[in-house]
Design a binder for this molecule. Sequence first.
Ligand code: FRU
Length: 470
Amino acid sequence: MKKTAFFFALLAFAMTACVNQPAYHPTDEPFRSVYHHSPAQNWMNDPNGMFYDDAAQVWHLYYQHNPFGTTWGPMHWAHATSTDLIHWEQQPIALAPDSLGTIFSGSIVIDRNNTAGFGENAIVAAFTQSEICGQHQSIAYSLDGGMSFTKYEGNPVLMGDIADFRDPKVCWDEQTNRWLMTLACQQEIRFYSSADLKEWKYESSFGTGYGAHGGVWECPELLQFGDQWVLLVSLNPGGLFGGSATQYFIGQWNGHTFTCTDDPEETKWLDYGKDNYSTFTWHNAPNQRIVSMGWMSNWQYANNVPTIAFRSQNTIARDLSLYKDDAGEWRVRVMPSPESMAIKGEETKKLGDIAIVELEMSGNETGVITLSNSKGENVVMALDAHRQTFSMDRTSSGDCSFSQDFAAHTTTPLFVKQDTYKVILFIDHCSIEAFDANGYWAMTNLVFPSKPYSHIDVQGGKATIYDCDL
Ligand code: FRU
């Protein structure tokens, strides 16, 4: 064997060995989330290609993954499945890089009418391939329910003409009876249409003059809620509290163009913490639900967080809908999905390393909630009824040393005045997700305490602690 051939054979062997991952041990290190999805090992960022298989009643989740290390690297689509959105089974890697590039973010649709010609009910993935010369969109199909994919021989199906040209989210457009793709292109979103998922026609662009533009726009998705439309757009950097965050726009989609009806001066944020990025929703979720999940980290420090065998986890599943705030403005309502709420167990007196906490606070005074451990580390939350804000301070939450951007104090407006405020906290080993119980706001923040928070103190309110029933 020639020296170079031997080298490549050795490399292929080493890569296969790395990709064949060991079984997933959800509690194998202190900051391993227990009821959030995380990769068995190595690096993860955005959730991708989520779809629900209604016949098998299985939720499929693919994700950006580097199988060779715990930092961002050559991107693959890894794969996990679940029947309850809480327990995840690691599946073989779904898509690996090829001569067209590494595999960046994208989406999946079930092609019920065989528009692409791959077969009835083919599972078709649309994703970005990234290489030195640019970013292009490719497709691949699965005829075994999403377990293995064949790349289309005509790839790429959409060539990039600018440097940042990625993250195709495809859906069926009822108005025009064809496929619609939203694509992030630098600081705008482009819309493309197709009859067969292979040939794409440019329709229009949206973004100039609207929303936050402190960084590149990524991971867009257009969603319909009755007679309103919502365009989700992730942004990095330039988020409300620095780094990555997801903004959204409310408006109308007419089959060709998106018209935003928001005040262009205001940016609407999907989450008011630092650690919820690249939110996407499940294609074909049951009962017309819009079920979402975000990557629970931030590009400011995602590569440096103090986990060992893996990096990053996703948020709990959240159902999205719309509501009108006190000013009559449409906003996205974010609620823990029923599957996430289903882990709420027995009431308990002691705060454990995983817990669900329900807080009740009067609409007339300020309530302060402190989670703390015996090392003096704490997270302080306040519901300020006068200022109409909820905030979370993680500046003394534990290890903040790995990034100057980690210590943070995040704040959200309450949006709707209530007589009594109810807040739900989902606490897992390295995260706190806070929700208004009516879904008026959500706040997601990572924390890395040297011991789990074991004590909760509430002034000006009442806390009820629940075990997690897993
Ligand atoms: C968002 C993102 C996407 C891209 C992927 C690469 O976090 O930058 O725009 O497709 O990550 O891993």
